[in-house]
Write a protein that binds this ligand. Structure first.
Ligand SMILES: [Zn+2]
Length: 380
């Protein structure tokens, strides 16, 4: 399952007459209480929503089925034995259209629950944008392991072993010949791993992380094609006998840091682009305009971004509303009726629907000075 394409599919779901329940859970069972906390959280949220739907009989009727399904599923989760590679789960349920979708994650979600006429995607998009799919290569002189890692966990693993002659206790020329011999074998092995890695890389562009001793990594990199080398997010050395979860933790830490550096660099660059009428927008008004025209390539949002907005029921345009009664004002573009929405969520959906990317930013001075939102554009 490729999370990015799954998210795009979710974003393209159209509003129907039934409610969508979105439930995000932290299922990292560090202690036994966590299981009980999750059981209780789910129960309370489902109750809260049931009560909240007292004036919407049609939704409430449909919701009762979702409620049962979710309760059964969560009970199963809570009873499950510990799996260190599933620390979070996103669940979307809409019994009205027979949808029940679950997405496990290696990174825990914060516990959240929403009811709306569409799946609430922000928490899922946020995590998936921060942790890109990655190929992790552990290289030694005579063996290598390749891991295909994504937010959902370890997707695939392969190992390559080749014969490298052992050391011999001889001096002088014989020793030098052996050293040469060993080096030739290591080169041959590294070339083989590079070939395998390049093939994987070309079939699906990913970030790359190299793990191994400096000297070995340096030799390995000599054989990497430039296009692969450019995607190296990090290299570090680590004891290969370490537990895999420790390796993964380190990989995810590095990915997050790399992503932050890149995003802040991209935003700098956007700011430089804007004054000359370049392909970028700063601030809410211009970015909304660009989203409504389908121009957005990448949307950058502060994680603290939270504003109500309006969405046209007819043309789908998004507008900023300054007060709740403004949602009764007709759409400025087509005069259609508006509904009140969470602007951040709908901006994300709109960007995804136009095949754009979304990046979440914790802290950034340029975003702070521009309503918490900027975007790069495909065209004007
Ligand atoms: Zn409209």
């Amino acid at each position: 399952m490729d999370m990015r394409s799954e998210i795009r599919k979710l974003a393209r779901i159209e509003e129907g007459p039934y409610p969508f329940l979105s439930l995000y859970l932290n299922t990292k069972w560090d202690d036994e209480q966590q299981r009980e906390r999750i059981r209780l959280f789910t129960k309370n949220q489902l109750k809260r929503i049931y009560d909240q739907l007292k004036d919407r009989e049609d939704w409430r009727r449909a919701f009762v089925t979702d409620q049962q399904q979710i309760e059964r599923f969560v009970e199963g989760l809570v009873r499950r034995v510990y799996n260190e590679e599933v620390n979070g789960i996103a669940i979307f349920s809409c019994s009205g259209i027979g949808a029940f979708l679950t997405y496990p994650s290696i990174i825990p979600f914060e516990n959240e629950c929403f009811i709306f006429d569409l799946p609430i995607l922000q928490p899922l998009v946020r995590l998936s944008s921060q942790y890109q799919n990655t190929l992790v290569v552990m290289v030694e002189t005579d063996s290598a392991k390749l891991f295909d890692v994504s937010m959902e966990g370890m997707m695939a693993e392969s190992s390559i072993k080749s014969y490298v002659p052992g050391r011999h206790d001889q001096g002088g020329w014989a020793q030098m010949r052996y050293q040469r011999h060993i080096k030739d074998h290591m080169d041959k092995h590294h070339k083989e791993v590079v070939e395998h890695l390049t093939e994987l890389f070309d079939s699906d562009k990913k970030r790359i992380i190299l793990i191994g001793q400096d000297r070995i990594i340096a030799n390995f990199k000599l054989f990497l094609p430039e296009r692969v080398k450019q995607q190296i997010a990090d290299t570090f050395s680590m004891d290969f006998s370490e537990e895999r979860s420790k390796m993964l933790r380190r990989v995810f830490e590095r990915l997050l840091q790399k992503e932050r550096e890149e995003v802040s660099h991209q935003i700098e660059e956007l700011k430089e682009r804007t004054p000359m009428g370049g392909l970028a927008t700063l601030g809410l008004n211009r970015t909304l305009e660009a989203l409504n025209k389908g121009q957005v390539h990448t949307l950058y949002l502060l994680t603290s971004f939270s504003l109500p907005g309006g969405k046209c029921r007819r043309c789908g345009s998004l507008v900023l509303i300054h007060s709740p009664d403004e949602s009764s004002v007709p759409c400025p573009l087509c005069k259609g009726k508006m509904k009140t929405i969470n602007l951040g969520e709908e901006m994300v959906r709109s960007a995804l629907r136009q095949d754009g990317e979304v990046k979440w930013v914790q802290e950034n001075t340029i975003l702070n000075a521009n309503d918490g939102v900027v975007a790069s554009l495909r065209f004007r």
